[in-house]
Design a protein around this ligand. Structure first.
Ligand code: UDX
Length: 432
């Protein structure tokens, strides 16, 4: 099939590249010429394991095209995906739909023959109606349909998530359209993905409800971890014991720092604002948002106790600063609360992240990026493990710190407390 992805951010670029890899001809469009030029040299503007190679292969095979010429891309394509950002507005939790609306307007200028317009951006319930209204100002209703097809890709696992999705949701009650979409997704359905159709508004809500539910699950286990600490119980046992119940499921029950990233914080707030608009009180989601915000400081302040209130001039190392492993994304990372707090308290902070130094942490004489775990840990008084990269999982701390009496604060429970105790290392983790 010939398809076009408008927006080469996370969703558009990963989905477009993977659709090309399934044998489709794909036009990835972006108004950012710099980005398009980079992509034409097969350089991905985002860090995602495996993506660069996939772009290279499909670009070479001429299945994947990058352009800023929206008119041509629309003309050539049968299906048009909208994949632009939907951030929250600066001073409220309302979802900013300006990019979606502006793309809808542009699409309306270029439609000459029938197109299926698929919204993949995460949008409030009834945005599909709004897109349809904007386009129908210029184009006859018989020449297009607007449907919803939310994405569920995780950063760092996006290619795997695209190729082996649990489900594909199509928001359209029109049989002809979802048959076409089924053809597009056939290779994934054959591998076991559930293909599910519902109303357009239903699909829009499934996306928000899924993310809010996962955020709730994490927040729940994080609060139970607090109780475990107070009662001397191991949270890992609780996660296994609970997760073995098929109704609960074992995934997303890992206690740790506050959840972050580009989706959960944004979508929980977005969902509450949508519900408020429809005069519905989502009290659970509201308390999840609060609990998660409080958690950033809760875990940070625990450092005072670990260091016996002596943080000033202490050498502190932070391993991993992004919101989770296998990404370079800093959005809503709890390290954005943690590191400024340590600096304010007078600590001398070094950090290492496999994805490189961060813009957010420039300009501070007491904060330094180190190029390796060894350099970052040398001479440290406290090592904080903030994300779960594989290379953090089997460090010989005694060998690289080269100092007695250092402590470890493992926010991801990567190590076995008993083994570190045997090595005489003072070790603190989460919920155990
Ligand atoms: C999420 C959703 O999983 C995906 O389906 C959606 O489309 C986009 O948002 P992503 O933000 O990339 O994906 O990361 P995810 O792996 O879901 O993790 C989100 C946050 O939850 C991270 O901060 C992570 O560290 C945290 N998390 C996740 C936990 O603390 N414990 C867990 O058990 C799982």
């Amino acid at each position: 099939m010939k398809i076009c992805m408008i927006g080469t951010g996370y969703v558009g670029l990963v989905s477009g590249t993977c659709f090309a890899d399934l044998g489709n001809k794909v036009y990835c469009v972006d108004r950012d010429k710099l980005k398009i030029n980079k992509l034409k040299n097969a350089v991905s503007p985002i860090y995602e394991p495996g993506l660069n190679d996939l772009i290279k292969n499909n670009y070479k095979a001429k299945r994947l095209h990058f352009t800023d010429d929206l008119e041509k891309a629309i003309k050539e394509s049968q299906i048009i995906f909208i994949c632009v950002g939907t951030p929250n507005k600066k001073k409220s939790n309302l979802v900013d739909l300006s990019q979606v609306n502006s793309v809808a307007k542009s699409i309306s200028k270029y439609i000459k023959n029938y197109k299926i317009i698929v919204n993949k951006s995460t949008v409030p319930v009834s945005t599909g109606d709004q897109i349809e209204k904007i386009i129908s100002k210029k184009v006859k209703k018989s020449k297009f349909d607007v449907i919803s097809n939310p994405e569920f890709l995780r950063e760092g696992e996006a290619i795997r998530d695209f190729k082996y999705p649990d489900r594909i949701i199509i928001g359209s009650n029109n049989k002809k359209i979802y048959k076409k979409m089924k053809i597009l997704y056939e290779p994934l359905i054959r591998k076991g993905a559930k293909f599910f159709t519902t109303s357009r508004k239903g699909a829009e809500l499934i996306k928000y409800a899924s993310n809010a539910f996962l955020a709730t699950k994490i927040t729940f286990i994080n609060e139970i971890a607090n109780l475990c600490e107070a009662t001397d119980i191991n949270i890992e046992d609780i996660s296994i014991g609970m997760g073995s119940d098929a109704r609960i499921g074992s995934r997303f029950l890992r206690a740790g720092p506050a959840y972050g990233g580009s989706c959960f914080p944004k979508d929980t707030k977005g969902l509450v604002s949508i519900a408020d608009r429809f005069k519905t009180n989502l009290s659970i989601v509201k308390s999840v948002i609060k609990s998660n915000n409080d958690r950033k400081m809760l875990l940070t302040k625990r450092i005072n106790k670990i260091m016996n209130n002596k943080i000033k001039n202490k050498k502190i190392t932070v391993l991993g600063v992004t919101f989770k492993a296998n990404t370079d994304d800093m959005r809503e990372s709890s390290s954005l609360v943690l590191i400024p707090y340590l600096l304010k308290k007078g600590a001398l902070v070094k950090y290492y992240d496999p994805s490189g130094p961060k813009e957010d942490f420039k300009k501070n004489k007491n904060l330094k990026f180190e190029k390796s775990i060894n350099k970052a840990c040398l001479g440290s008084d406290l090592i904080i493990i903030n994300t779960e990269w594989d290379e953090f999982k089997s460090i010989d701390f005694k060998k690289i710190v080269k100092k007695n009496n250092f402590k470890i604060y493992d926010m991801r429970n990567l190590y076995n407390p008993n083994e570190l105790k045997k090595k005489n290392i003072k070790y603190y983790s989460v919920g155990r």
